[in-house]
Write a protein of this length. Sequence first.
Length: 334
Amino acid sequence: MLVLGLTVFSFASFLCGATPNFLVLNAARALQGVGAALQLSAALAVLSHRFHGQIRARAFAFWGSVVGVAITLGPVTGGFITEQFGWQWAFYINIPVGAAMIALTIFSVEESRDPHVRRIDFLGALAFSSALFLVTLALIEGNHYGWSSRVIQLEFLSTVALFLLFAVAENTQERPMLDLTFFRNPTYLGVNIAGLAFETCLLTMLTYLSIYFQSGLQQTPQAACFIMLPMVIPLFVVPRIVVAHRSHRVSSRVLLAFGLAVVSGGLFWMGMEAPRSDYSAMLGDANDRPWGSPVPSRTQHSKLWPCTASAMDIERSCLQRLHSLLFPPFSAGS
């Protein structure tokens, strides 16, 4: 499964780089998502199979820190590659990396399988995926159509119906995709809520930070991504320090609560300083320039904006067509 996910992701990356238009690019990006999902689920299964006991906590902590670093470091490497070699190479770079990872997986990862598996929970997977798709579409298009428009309301209602169908499907399956009885455990429920809060608040901000640094601070793509590096180092260093020196002295609940409090404080601080358009204030050092990056002229920045605006217009057109296909009686009047 891991090799399949790497193969799909690498092939989709090639399609993204060689795309002739934005429609093909969007389809290839969706295929990338399929490959990434296969990799994520398989990677967790490999860790659970290979590590047991106390060392499993360390393995998952290191895996989580690597994922966090990769998510944050992605815009850094992507900005550098885009500015130096062109945006296509931000996708092409995945091909040799994927090939190396496939070879490494084949020769080093021990094969594992669930001996009790019977069949795939297709109904649960379809209901859950469709619900996530519709709620995401509604959140993206809500400002455009208006939150009270019929098409947006219908999407939210359809999301609720699909989630209810998913719950019914999981409660009737002998081997469900998600065992809902886990949520009766307060610790399990709290950890998932905390994880959702972290990803919603911090990881979502990465997209807007890149836009803010380029449009607000007038940085080049490469410079904008390099000044995001202060977020990368703690994501890699702190988990290792906690696991090695604090996890046996402080409970996981305290660490989790403290971490969320720090994230909230950092986001509040950044929100207060953002209107000043001063990156050094966000770091707490008024005399520090971000990595000595030169500030490009507005003429340089204006050359990038028409391309971005054109891409946004095409994306909007694709979403409108999607709305008309999903809810034809409502789209025209909305």
